[in-house]
Design a protein around this ligand. Sequence first.
Ligand code: GAP
Length: 489
Amino acid sequence: MSSTDNQNTIVINLNCCDTIIGMENIFNEIVALCKRRGFVYPGSEIYGGLANTYDYGPMGVELLRNIKNAWWDFFVTKRENIYGLDTNILMSPKVWEASGHTASFTDVTLDCKECHMRTRADHLIEDHFSKQNKEIKVEGLSTEEFDRIITAEKIPCPNCGKQKWTPSRKFNLLFETHIGIVSGEKSLAYLRGEIAQGMFVNFKNVLDSLSPKLPFGLAQSGAAFRNEVTMGKFTFRTLQFNLSEFEYFFDPKEGWEKYYDEWKKEMWVWSTEILQLKSENLRWRLHTDDERSHYSKKTEDIEYQFPFGFKELYGLAYRTDYDLKNHMEKSGVDLQYTNKITNEKFIPHVLEPTFGMDRTFLAVLFNSYKEEEVNGKKRIVLSLPKYLAPYIAAVFPLVANKENIVKKAREVYEKLKTNDQRPTTAIAWDERGNIGKRYFAQDEIGTPYCITVDYQTLEDSTVTVRDRDSMKQERVKIEDLTNYVNKRS
Ligand code: GAP
């Protein structure tokens, strides 16, 4: 807890992670804030909702876009040898057979015979043990072993409390759909379970069109779909989610460890310096042999400490030549790389840094959420990195019924809005209610600067700029405003 004196206001900072607020409360507060301020809405809400689906609202879409743009800028635009792609959600079902997803992309689930709720066996057991403050390792257990633990521990259904489980079984996560190619006929297809496959199946196209030299990467951002069985952690695990990842191809003779270490460092820089996530809430965790995906020789996750515990945020996997080799075998197309100097042909190996954008969005929210007490009142503020905020600044006319003040404020707004040197963040306009309420609303969506045009503006062409974090106010000349906002964003 700290206190600072700011214009006769005592501010008490209650840090997000202080026990004063409590982890569960923070989670509920942030979910409520997301709905209240238009960051995230429950999916299909007017029809009672569709479990594990969410929609981004006007503030959320800006924050998510800014995060995705920052990712693209850091990992693609600023690097000479990483190329972007935008591949299709629907791919030939043969892709998913070759990649091993139709056979191995599974979770172990079981159903309650009483209330018909489906749940993941690993989550059911982990939650049971964590309620008793005990840890258990469930990775790689067989369905029989899951059943034995559930029976021995007499684990009840979290929904109805009964102990009437079906036996556990493997449940494939790929979403099936059908394509009507010929009228009346339907053929099976899948919504992509990972975006990586779009990069592998276009590997030859990129070699043919750009002739890139190894090592190089293929990157993309887009939606992935998984038929997840999950219980209520907001947007942490959803049926549709946003992924950004790249496949980094290299000559296996050079060894994979040095590239692995390089990308591991860059992922940490992205998390702590670009996103400014507090490093004490981040950690690396190595996958055990049993839990690693079928394509990976080594995987490590960056985990973030969410209010519901340390959970996977990102992953780094050494996928060897697994994917290219399988696609080459199954498609019959030569996917080898030719070294132009030695004429040697070989299948490159691949490292894959992968980044869930919805989880990034959540982590950024948790990282920036603060509750403070100001003059006996609660202030909620999102101290977002400035370049990520939905609006970089808000412009207010002090009063909405004075034509000359509104006109001047509109001029300031237009001037700031049309400034093309700044990153994409937009400018808000608000003339409703009193200034205090407007500050309150902008704090909750994380707007770094509130600019008020008042009577003095008409005399000396200065405005009041109020800083989101310190709440300090200063007079700034209109002509200096663009630089003021840009410099600090
Ligand atoms: N191509 C590799 C791959 O897809 P993954 O670990 O299965 O790897 C990548 O997923 C990232 O996607 C995870 O680190 C996580 O951030 C995010 N993610 C995975 N499943 C998710 C889900 N159901 N909802 C939201 N994000 C998810």
